[in-house]
Design a protein. Structure first.
Length: 185
């Protein structure tokens, strides 16, 4: 099989990393170029959700929603880039009065795409940017199909993935402030 890679980006995780690193604004083409490591790219996938909008949305909610739509549309127009959107579900209010939201479908989309590309032998390499250990079964399937897996992750305590995820992959790349600087616009 030819060397070919696909990139799978957990947008919510990347957002959290960028927030901890000073709200960095990045160039996604630079990000993809770094992550593919000179291996021909089949496609980069970006998984996220549009912001929650209540049935009687406020101006702030509407503005955030429209801004996210524009951002996802720009990403989707990058060469070999696909945005997959899940749904954001409202789950109530916590003890401090802060709304609780939960992403739905995002993890399933990512895991399904990784397994499908692996079992169809579309890729020889997969690059994941995530901190979610729920992807371990999909990673194990991909590896059993001969796919080499690289994980990009944040080492900061609050965002550091579970050791099982770090152990499950072939290569590990820590997302540092220096790396983010190379991705900036």
């Amino acid at each position: 099989m030819e060397n070919r890679t696909a990139i799978f980006i957990d947008g919510g995780y990347l957002d959290s990393i960028l927030l901890t690193k000073g709200r960095a604004r990045i160039d996604y083409e630079k990000l993809i170029t770094t992550m593919r490591e000179d291996i021909p790219l089949i496609r980069a996938y970006y998984y996220h959700c549009l912001p929650y909008q209540s049935s009687k949305s406020t101006k702030e909610e509407s503005d955030q929603f429209a801004q996210a739509q524009r951002f996802f549309r720009r990403l989707n127009r990058l060469d070999s880039f696909t945005v997959r959107l899940g749904k954001l579900a409202f789950r109530g209010i916590d003890d401090e009065g802060i709304p609780i939201y939960e992403q739905k479908r995002v993890d399933v989309y990512l895991a399904t795409d990784l397994v499908m590309h692996s079992t169809k032998r579309v890729i020889s390499h997969a690059v994941l940017l995530t901190g979610d250990s729920d992807f371990i079964p999909a990673i194990e399937i991909a590896k059993s199909e001969g796919v080499h897996i690289t994980l990009y992750y944040c080492k900061d305590d609050r965002l550091r993935p579970h050791d099982e995820l770090i152990d499950a992959v072939d290569n590990r790349r820590k997302i540092t402030q220096d790396l983010i600087e190379t991705w900036k616009r």
